[in-house]
Design a protein around this ligand. Sequence first.
Ligand SMILES: Nc1nc2c(ncn2[C@@H]2O[C@H](COP(=O)(O)OP(=O)(O)OP(=O)(O)O)[C@@H](O)[C@H]2O)c(=O)[nH]1
Length: 374
Amino acid sequence: MEWESSSKAMLLGAVTCGLYLHYALWGELLLIQDADNHWIDQAHLASQLRWFYGFSFTSLLLIVGTYLVRQLKGDLVLFEYIASLYFGLSLCYFSYQVGTLSLPVGAVMVGAPVVGFIFFNRAAVMLALFLSMLVQLALSFGAAWQWWPYAPMFHNTQGAMSSASPFVVFHMYFYTLPHMVFLITASYLVLRRWRDREEKVRLLSITDPLTGLFNRRSILVHLDQEQERSRKKGPALSLLMVDLDNFKSINDDRGHEAGDFALIAAADALQKSLRQNDRVGRYGGEEFLIILPGTDLEGAQTIAERCRQQLESTDVILAKGDRIKLTGSFGLVCNEGDVRMGVDEMLRRADRAMYRAKDGGRNQVVVDHMHGAA
Ligand SMILES: Nc1nc2c(ncn2[C@@H]2O[C@H](COP(=O)(O)OP(=O)(O)OP(=O)(O)O)[C@@H](O)[C@H]2O)c(=O)[nH]1
């Protein structure tokens, strides 16, 4: 996440504050509504409420302090250390109150480090986790050896835990709820962002940035795949190599920007003339490669002619109404019937046919002579 350390620390401070307010509200309600509750130690709960409010208040101080120090010293990774340690250690207090081996403690011990490692400085999370675990172990074993009570918030803890009383079950889920909401929401948002980003990176890696067509690498990958499919008497496969005519003069006369504009227009024109399963990519500067899967020579000639005409009829209109006329030379090769070439051979022949189109006066489609046509 690209947030500043201070912003992350303030977010964690707000989460800790919200948690302790949630617990304080729970305590207040219990004290008001259920004066004779035999599961909870009412006097103990009343005495602990000030701690719940105290932790909420300290969390607010942490937020304000982080904000003020940021104004003076700028962003510091130290903020993340302080916020993570505060979060981990302050929750140890609550875990002691409700039982270190309870459901909410388990949820925090597993969920918080996972989300923490995604959002926060890893060393800060590691340190907070390590120290909190030590405290948790000490609290658990201390209670086991009866140095201090286990879950002092509850009366008759043994009975409550062993019979899973509705009171305890309800309250364990009540404590766990805010953690689950936060941890699951945070994981969901982060994972969704990762997936979006991954998709963007994937698209960038296969797309030519200027024209938005497949780039050279990805159009060649498609060609490999289609050639593999068409091998061994599979469906026919046609390949078109297109080179824009006299492109250098566009750059020389109107400038490189106009040239770029013309390339985009040419890419659009070619794409417009193709079918859904056809693929067009930018092979080089002003050179394009068109893959026509499942297309025999006759069909490919029709499509090539359509592309040529579409290109010819494309007017690139520049600022001030200046116009550029586009044409292209097309080399066509087809794998069909007994003719089954490898990718390199197809590319070589398409390129040669394209040069013959140039030599023949440009703005035309030439079929590789293996097919007996010129
Ligand atoms: N504006 C712009 N020009 C490019 C780009 N890539 C290649 N070019 C230009 O395309 C031109 C290609 O010129 P040549 O290979 O000499 O061919 P041509 O002028 O098209 O002539 P023929 O191919 O023989 O019809 C060069 O001037 C390159 O600089 C690009 O991304 N943007």
